[in-house]
Design a protein around this ligand. Structure first.
Ligand SMILES: NC(=O)c1ccc[n+]([C@@H]2O[C@H](COP(=O)([O-])OP(=O)(O)OC[C@H]3O[C@@H](n4cnc5c(N)ncnc54)[C@H](O)[C@@H]3O)[C@@H](O)[C@H]2O)c1
Length: 331
């Protein structure tokens, strides 16, 4: 695929971060886009921004849809075909995702299953809904967003990440399994799996919102205690993220600061990440690592899988992995 001009792309989770940037960059490159999000206002804003910078003839539409609900995904599909007067789509970016359900031991089953449903079932339902339309395109691409946590199931010491990593491993496995299936049974469609490292977005704040909680400043003490239970608070104090005897106000500030730092101090912006993803799709890459950190962790984990969770050893090997990744940037 040399160019996206004249094509129709679907982007899930278009209301923020990499999804919003994918929508804008696709539209600027002549691609019409149907984007969805479960936050209707946010996705409406993304569509308006993208339409303002779009190439002539491009149409960008915004749709409300929770990708973890199959009926809503099917309604989104039917709505976008009608609004764009098309019978096929050329690109599907299954990008929507949230964090949460870090501990299988201590977090609630409800939270664990919500994260898994959004991250895995969202991708699965979209593949089910859109594959026939990609086949009808004759030159379709399914782009599933996994993560470094799709090949390394950790965030570091004391930070379990079980629901997210389980879903992201599933996305990677599903996407890789589709390579031969599509080659054999649907040769007009290919699949790519996107594995970003740290990208500066509001995913922390959006994931807190996904639990039905307000912005940190508006959280009640009870909501804060539920979000950061005493043992988690103790670990945050030990790690220096909270002062001794942290008050509710300290925790509100830490959450706000944590999201801002994650967004503003990242090695890559959402716009840079989206550009890397689109370059990879255009080039026909099936394995799109986003960021030097993703390339380094990938190389380190594959070089010594047995020590992937011995953080000191893994991180000490990252310098060597960086050199290897620099030599082979598309690994
Ligand atoms: N930011 C990172 O460092 C990073 C790293 C690796 C992977 N990722 C993955 O990249 C993707 C995009 O993340 P981002 O960082 O841009 O996050 P983001 O929070 O900025 O954007 C995600 C968007 O998805 C939407 N969304 C969430 N659940 C949804 C649902 N059920 N239905 C419809 N829309 C939903 C959110 O409302 C939000 O607008 C996610 O799959 C995420 O897991 C992000």
């Amino acid at each position: 695929m040399d160019s996206f001009a004249g094509k129709l792309a679907v982007v899930t989770g278009g209301g923020s971060g990499m999804g919003r940037e994918l929508v804008s960059q696709l539209a600027a490159q002549g691609c019409s886009v149907a984007t969805c999000d479960w936050h209707e206002d946010a996705v409406g804003q993304s569509a308006a921004m993208a339409q303002a910078g779009a190439a002539p003839g491009v149409r960008v539409t915004a749709h409300a849809c929770d990708v973890s609900d199959e009926a809503q995904v099917l309604r989104f599909r039917d709505e976008l075909l009608e609004w764009h007067s098309r019978e096929h789509v050329d690109l599907v970016f299954s990008n929507a995702g949230i964090g949460g359900g870090g501990s299988f031991v201590t977090d609630s089953r409800e939270e664990w299953e919500r994260t898994f449903a959004v991250d895995w079932q969202g991708v699965y339902y979209c593949a089910r809904a859109f594959l026939p339309l990609l086949i009808a395109s004759g030159d379709g691409v399914l782009v599933n967003t996994s993560s470094v946590n799709g090949f390394w199931a950790a965030l570091g010491p004391g930070l379990p990440n079980t629901a997210y990593a389980t879903a992201k491993f599933a996305i990677k496995g599903f996407s890789e399994a589709l390579i031969e299936d599509l080659r054999t049974n649907a040769p007009g469609v290919r699949v790519a799996v996107v594995m970003p490292g740290h990208v500066g977005t509001d995913i922390i704040a959006n994931s807190i919102r996904a639990r039905g909680l307000p912005e940190p400043e508006a959280m009640t003490d009870a909501q804060l205690a539920d979000l950061i239970p005493p043992d988690a608070r103790a670990k945050l104090i030990e790690a220096g993220a909270l002062p001794e005897c942290a008050s509710a106000e300290d925790m509100r500030q830490m959450l706000t600061r944590g999201n801002a730092d994650f967004r503003d101090k990242a090695p890559l912006s959402a716009a840079q990440a989206a550009a890397i993803i689109l370059d990879g799709v255009r080039a026909g890459t099936w394995r799109i690592l986003v960021g030097e950190d993703a390339k380094m962790i990938d190389a380190a984990v594959r070089a010594k899988p047995e020590t992937a969770y011995d953080y000191a050893e893994l991180f000490s090997g990252l310098a060597g992995a960086a050199a290897a990744a620099a030599e082979k940037p598309d690994r």
